[in-house]
Design a protein around this ligand. Sequence first.
Ligand SMILES: Cc1cc2nc3c(=O)[nH]c(=O)nc-3n(C[C@H](O)[C@H](O)[C@H](O)COP(=O)(O)O)c2cc1C
Length: 209
Amino acid sequence: MNTDLFEIIRTTRSMRRLKPDPVPPALIRQVLEAATCAPSGGNMQTWRFMVITDPAVKANVAQWYRKGWHEVVGPRYRSSAPAPGASREKFDRMLAAAEHLADHLHEAPVWIVPCLVGGTHTRTSGSSIYPSVQNMLLAARALGLGATLTTLYLLFEKEAEAALGLPEDVHSYAIIPIGYPLGKFGPVGRVPLQEVVFGSKWGEPWADA
Ligand SMILES: Cc1cc2nc3c(=O)[nH]c(=O)nc-3n(C[C@H](O)[C@H](O)[C@H](O)COP(=O)(O)O)c2cc1C
């Protein structure tokens, strides 16, 4: 296990090509413990996490993800400019990996689906679940497991959440497929601080970037 926090942060990439091999529940438990260490508004912890391994449930939900990718998101990204700082070639590699995930999502051995119970589902509510999601991504990386934060199934939110079997007052915020990665972990690609950090005045560079 890698325990250098900053090294883990720098190398927690979306790992979209996963082996179908099972993941020991003890490791998933560690990932979930990391999730519940995250902050939530007022420490209310209205989060619930589904650990989905049932092939029938995964297949049923994955059809909506696949549809979202092939009909909407894939074509949109293919006709758009690359992500900031990425060459066309690098961006196309990312799209190929994203398409692979869309076609193989149901084969990931474990999905964790973070949900919130009750309340309104807004930017504020999201703030009480995404810290737990990032903790899970970092914990998975530390344990040598690949994972990706995915939300595009929400294009078909009603259908996908029905397939997940969620009660009326519960909403999901992501599907995180987890498994042993086929590829290698490596550094994330991001633009330098100078391009995204301002000082006290909007648009003015922060002197120490
Ligand atoms: C809010 C959010 C939603 C995302 N949804 C998806 C998704 O549905 N499918 C997917 O393959 N990746 C998804 N991603 C992963 C991003 O595409 C990825 O983090 C980004 O390209 C940077 O790449 P990296 O994580 O490998 O550094 C999502 C990320 C975020 C933050």
